[in-house]
Design a protein around this ligand. Structure first.
Ligand SMILES: [Mn+2]
Length: 334
């Protein structure tokens, strides 16, 4: 079923109606976030799944392989009930994609976009090309959980502590704890609603952002120590690298590499921060951040990735020097 709507149609309302209808019919709904899900992808998935379950749907939550969650996210309510992609039907009545900027970000689950009778895409990436039958794609939304909160309202689901914990995790993560430019007045309105349910927001933030094994300090010192500043590239570039193997040397899981860019991007002399993260297969996963003057989503998209204006990423199969050269060239070439 493809639903095409004229411009300006209330897409959130339409999507809520489609989901409400599916729930009332006890339909099977499969929900997934992007590969290596972050707090927004996971919080969106778990909150919407719980809402649909309460409305009567048969709900399955999953995410693309590798099917492992970092300790910083595995505690989210409902995460324990997620199933590997191999355990979900290929042709469910409804498939919901959350926080995935493109079908490619769904890995092996991308086939459900066409395999499901109806696919619903909920996302806030500026680079989203538009896919799925029903699209709730709003680049102005600071997080996908904001769109999910609207859907839950549309479904008539009252927010409680369990739902609010999932939503707050995504909201705090994608707004940098309300520090990034994507934070709007209504972002704080939603945060207030979530806090009013009684969630322990300090504990949520500590688990998400301020908890790492002692080995993290050793890894950080090595990676920060080898950072290179190229102040004359574009509005300034600072870059460094690490790898899952190096993280392991410090007794850390690979996901610990994700937090490195948050330290590197504080460099005053560089508008763009770039961290190359070597993967188990020898390829690079590259994180880009802008302090405001550079559209790093444009850079990432040109190199086969995607993201937001101030935070984006791309994969690379080139060597380290060639990968940085490609970034440098896009930053200077305009
Ligand atoms: Mn997001």
């Amino acid at each position: 079923m493809t639903i095409s709507l004229p411009r300006g149609t209330d897409l959130t309302g339409r999507a809520a109606a489609v989901l409400a209808e599916a729930a009332a019919a006890r339909a099977t709904v499969v929900l997934s976030g992007h590969v290596q899900p972050d707090a927004d992808a996971l919080g969106s998935t778990l909150a919407l799944a719980e809402g649909l379950r309460r409305r009567g749907a048969r709900v399955l939550t999953t995410f693309p392989d590798p099917f492992t969650l970092p300790a910083s996210l595995a505690w989210l309510p409902g995460a324990e009930g997620m199933v590997p992609s191999s355990a979900v039907p290929a042709s469910p009545e409804v498939f919901v994609s959350l926080d995935a900027a493109s079908p490619g970000r769904l890995g092996e689950l991308a086939r459900l976009v066409d395999g499901a009778a109806t696919s619903v895409v909920v996302d806030h990436h500026a680079s989203n090309p538009g896919f799925g039958d029903v699209r709730v794609v709003d680049p102005a939304a600071p997080a996908t959980v904001v769109l999910v909160a609207d859907l839950l309202d549309g479904l008539g689901i009252a927010l409680d502590e369990r739902l609010a914990t999932c939503l707050y995790a995504g909201l705090a993560a994608d707004t940098g704890s309300f520090r990034f430019g994507n934070t709007r007045p209504d972002t704080h309105d939603l945060a207030a609603r979530l806090l009013a349910t009684g969630i322990d927001h300090a504990a949520i933030s500590q688990r998400l952002f301020d908890t790492a094994p002692f080995g993290w300090l050793g890894l950080l010192s090595v990676v920060a120590g080898r950072a290179v500043l190229e102040a004359d590239v574009g509005a300034g570039l600072v870059w460094t690298w690490s790898s899952t193997a190096e993280a392991a040397e410090h007794g850390l899981p690979g996901e610990q590499l994700e937090a490195l860019v948050d330290v590197v991007r504080s460099t005053q002399e560089a508008d763009v921060a770039c961290v190359l993260k070597g993967q188990d297969d020898g390829s690079w996963s590259v994180s880009l951040r802008s302090r405001g003057a550079t559209d790093v989503a444009r850079v990432a998209m040109a190199l086969g990735g995607g993201g937001h204006r101030a935070a984006a990423g791309f994969p690379s199969h080139d060597d380290r020097e060639a990968t940085v050269r490609a970034v440098r060239s896009l930053l200077t070439g305009g």
